[in-house]
Design a protein around this ligand. Structure first.
Ligand SMILES: [Zn+2]
Length: 445
């Protein structure tokens, strides 16, 4: 596989601008489903729950119908990007300085690209028929809750999607802490518990506010309180495994695992790297981000209604009651004035870091990167893996990058500016996935 073949396909997927703004008529993933048909030499099984919102499934049947099935799954949609603040047009897909630039370069068109290239070797019989089925699924609508993508497909077409193992996102670069370099593999993700907060008041003239029943005030107080209050800490088994895997010096590891010391650890990290501090904070706390608030109509009218949306993310061991308990505590007396409704409730999910797919990943890192320091990692973001883990599937996210962009900067590129991936990293991820699929099939045969 030539690296430029990968860069070409990635550039095409970026230029297809499958921008998902949350509305059903956005996305246009049919463009990239067409591009994949061109790349793979023919169409797959297309699902289209809404015009233009296509997902596509390809399959190479295994020799043995009872052998475990492995799916490579990537999403085709991306979040919007405003060209302001970007060094290059976010939808150019051009190469500059050895990087492919554009929205989706790391989330996750790079992985979708390399998965397509690995799958193509099996589809074209460049490598012998595997023991179990190998599936390639490119999905729509990951960026807006997957109701027109993986959620829809797992609900309505599980008979066609069924598998035991999935590779997906998030594929992290190597992580260096205390002079130790480790390769994080995503084995679990936090659970989104989004809430709306609504308040009501009595309209009146803005010139005489004394004693006014202003809907904005309790809501603003709640939002500020939620942003500032310390949130519940959990040292989960997943976090423990991650810290153990890093191989930090004993005293450092002990502090990273101590709920009493973790906030100091995060404060110290923030002085060095805000990106890493944010990551460690998210992996050890219920996170609370007040992200939307609207109230009122005009400068001289006391607002009658107010509405806000808050993004809570729960760790393994936390659930809706953790979220609601925290809300009640922070809102205090205002709790009675604010109605709270769920937008989304999904508990954290994870897969065990053991078994044939895990072992295949570790072996591949050893043979390619010369290291077995592969650490099971939680991701604070939500991925399509949650729908598969709910059905008992083992799912991970993995990639292999060069060291031109470090872990904290990498995290900032997700939904951020100047998203890019080096051509070398595309090539490496291709090698790693190819080796992992091969090693997986060897292990189960
Ligand atoms: Zn993604």
């Amino acid at each position: 596989m030539q690296a430029d073949t990968l860069a070409d396909l990635l550039g095409t997927l970026i230029r297809n601008e499958c921008v998902n703004d949350g509305t059903p008529d956005s996305g246009h993933e049919h463009r990239s489903v067409d591009a994949l048909a061109g790349f793979l030499g023919g169409p797959g099984r297309i699902f289209e729950p809404h015009p233009g919102r296509q997902s596509v499934l390809y399959r190479v049947a295994g020799r043995d119908r009872s052998a475990p099935r492995l799916m490579l799954m990537g999403h085709l949609d991306v979040v919007p990007a405003d060209a302001t603040g970007w060094a290059y047009d976010p939808f150019s897909g051009e190469i500059h300085d050895g990087f492919v630039w554009g929205r989706g370069a790391v989330d996750m068109l790079n992985i979708t690209t390399t998965m397509a290239a690995v799958f193509k070797r099996y589809l074209t019989q460049e490598v012998p028929q595997p023991p179990g089925d190998l599936l390639f699924l490119a999905v729509a609508d990951e960026e807006a809750g997957a109701k027109l993508g993986a959620h829809y497909l797992t609900e309505h077409h599980w008979d066609e999607l069924a598998c035991e193992y999935v590779l997906n996102e998030v594929a992290y670069p190597a992580l260096s802490v205390s002079e130790i370099t480790a390769y994080p593999v995503n084995v679990g993700e936090k659970g989104p518990f989004w809430r709306t907060l609504a308040s009501s008041g009595t309209p009146g003239h803005g010139s005489q506010p004394y004693g006014a029943d202003n809907a904005l005030v309790p809501l603003a107080r709640a939002m500020a309180g939620l942003a500032e209050a310390p949130s519940p800490v959990v040292i989960s088994d997943e976090w423990r495994t991650f810290v153990d895997g890093l191989g930090l010096p004993d005293a450092t590891a002990a502090a990273w695992l101590d709920p009493e010391q973790i906030d100091q650890v995060i404060e110290d990290l923030a002085a060095e790297s805000m990106g890493l501090a944010r990551y460690v904070h998210a992996c050890t706390h219920l996170t609370v981000s007040p992200n939307l608030m609207e109230a009122g109509i005009k400068a001289n009218v006391v607002p009658e209604t107010g509405r806000a949306e808050v993004d809570f993310r729960a760790l393994p061991g936390q659930d809706g009651s953790t979220v609601d308990g925290h809300l009640a505590k922070v809102l205090g007396a205002d709790r009675d004035r604010i109605r709270i409704d769920p937008i989304m409730d999904h508990e954290a999910s994870s897969s065990p870091a053991k078994g044939p797919l895990w072992d295949a990943i570790v072996d591949s890192f050893e043979s390619l990167a010369g290291s077995r320091r592969v650490v099971p990692t939680l991701t604070p973001v939500t991925t399509d893996l949650r729908f598969f883990r709910d059905r008992g599937v083992v799912g991970y996210g993995v990639g292999w990058y060069d060291d031109r962009i470090e872990f904290p900067e990498f995290l900032a590129m997700f939904h951020g500016r100047n998203e890019r991936v080096s051509v070398e990293s595309l090539h490496r991820t291709y090698e790693l996935l190819d080796r992992t699929v091969e090693s997986f099939f060897k292990r189960i045969s």
